[in-house]
Unconditional design. Sequence first.
Length: 513
Amino acid sequence: MVGEILTVKDFSEDVDLSCDVCIVGSGAGGAVLAAGLVARGLSVVLLEAGGYHTQADFDLQESTAFPMLYQDRGTRATADLGITILQGRSVGGSTTVNWTTCYRTPERILDHWQTHHGVEGLDSETLKPHFEAVEARLNIHEWPSALVNNNNGALKRGCESLGFEHGLIHRNTRGCANSGYCGFGCPVNGKQAMHVTFIPDAVQGGLRVFANCRADRFETQGNKVVAVHASVMEEDRDRPTGLSVVIRPKLAVSSGGAINGPALLLRSGLDDHGRVGKRTFLHPVVVVVGEYEEAINAFYGAPQSVASHQFVDRGPDRVGYFIEAAPLHPMMAATAYPGLGEDMAKYMARLPHFAPFIGLSVDGLMLGDDGGTVSLRPDGRIRLDYAVKPHLVEAMQHAHMSLAKLQFAAGAKRASTVHRQPVILDSVADLGKLLACPYGALEHTIFSAHQMGGCSMGPDPETSVVNAQLRHHRVENLYVVDGSVLPTALGVNPSETIYGLAHWACDHIAAAV
């Protein structure tokens, strides 16, 4: 039986139906799980708050993409506005807008989870066949060195000059046009995102996708979910139409991501031990921009193809970070830069000559680093608090030093931070300036494209939300399958970890129906 994808235009009355499994969220976790469960003969309904958009909708314009494809129209941020949150909101979730960087879960992270968080049964050998399966379906492969763009090429050159560990990145692409506009949706379906891979696979097997349907709460009776209540949302505005959807499943799954997922559980009253939303991690990102004599054109070519993990492990008393390049398109460049007027005009005129290098802090590994907290405001809206504490300040300053060194080693004539008053470095002799400038929330641009935690897995309900099988500790037919279950940040881009976990979870979740 072939399924269907319905959007707000297809709803003319309230919906009330039953199925084996209802999954909330269509990103890396929900889509892979849906395909696996359908393949095992189960009837599955998938709810997605965002719209359903395909290659015809992707016009490569930031002004189109951010309102259409991102949470809060691209304006999601921490409560103090100190950290900008880039997170997808459409059928396919963040896989529709990510930069295709794929890594298996590092073995040291799996070991840390076992040693410090009691997570049993997840090791590299257990996950290996599941990584191999998703790598085959998504065509995850090392990006050819011949196709590395100037931005990533500069990073590679800097690493080679300084002797930093580095390597080529694996990307989930097939027929990639190497355009560089991954963050706005791929117009050639070269990015093997969920809306062109696992979701169509599942629809062919009978999956029903309800787009523009925001899950409001899980209704429980005793220790079971008996219904999932959702609102049909307007296409262009985050406002309910007044129509409702009620799904009555045998088993429910939260796959809404590390911010919306915990919020859904909180709205449902499923926070028995006060752990939902706690230990939320962001890989907080800082930037140093190099200016080169030659044109870099960081808005063209695969956004990320080279990375360095030289500083990912700085010991138990320091926060590590990893280094990548980032694309630089006009709107994002303008919003990140603090200048105005003539200063902004001069900055934007030099845009083709800029190469941004980024340092991503690995939060949650150091003792006492509990990340942030997702909660609900009095009116029900989501709140994310994330304090930039001294250990992160130190990591960000260290990252700025390393990124600036890389820029000059790669041949930059100038390097600058994006502080409120940008720190301009004309040579390595100026690095000392970075020791004297302020660091922390609202002192300089910080952003996150990787949200993890908030529904951590572990054996103890006092310290975690789901067990090592991803089942809620109390509600026996509720599972969480997304990045929120990660007990710490990863130190690598999280998409493949979530793909692999979802693929691994298919068997035992199907058996529980």
